[in-house]
Design a protein around this ligand. Structure first.
Ligand code: FES
Ligand code: FES
Length: 150
């Protein structure tokens, strides 16, 4: 079957299998930043923005995304560099596997929450697991990033 997807602002008509997940379709179309983590909706490594909201692409049928707009870190390089600088400065990047998902979730949070408290930040990011670092540095980095934006 064919679907229309806007991927990082580019309109595409893509042939998919009806049972194919958005994660696979994005990776086949060059978005290799979208990671295969758990494939069970538990780790957040496959997070992308669908019409600006974070979703888990491993658990989202590509067919359901027909007619929608998808953003991956390939499409928001400036923003990625900005947020990543805070993550690096606070020592929250080791292997980097979780970073694309974490950055996109942070972008979703920025849109959704106004002046979030530390608890609200942690709650919003709770679906993004990191196997390398403690989460304290993530919270510190994102908090600083949001504060400096004000
Ligand atoms: S790969 Fe999608 S939540 Fe882990
Ligand atoms: S830095 Fe390795 S999973 Fe987060």
């Amino acid at each position: 079957m064919k679907i229309n997807l806007k991927i990082n602002n580019q309109d595409k008509i893509i042939d998919i299998r009806p049972d194919e997940m958005l994660l696979e379709v994005l990776r086949k179309n060059g978005c290799l930043s979208v990671k295969h983590g758990c494939d069970t909706g538990s780790c957040g490594a496959c997070t992308v923005l669908l019409d600006g909201k974070p979703i888990l692409s491993c658990s989202y049928f590509a067919a359901k995304a027909d007619g929608h707009s998808v953003t991956t870190v390939e499409g928001v390089q400036n923003k990625v560099e900005k947020i990543s600088k805070y993550l690096v400065d606070e020592g929250s990047v080791q292997c980097g596997f979780c970073v694309p998902g974490l950055v996109l979730t942070t972008m979703g949070m920025e849109k959704e929450l106004n002046n979030p408290t530390e608890d609200e930040i942690n709650h919003y990011l709770s679906g993004n697991l990191c196997r390398c670092t403690g989460y304290v540095s993530h919270t510190r980095a994102i908090k600083k990033y949001l504060e400096d934006k004000k």
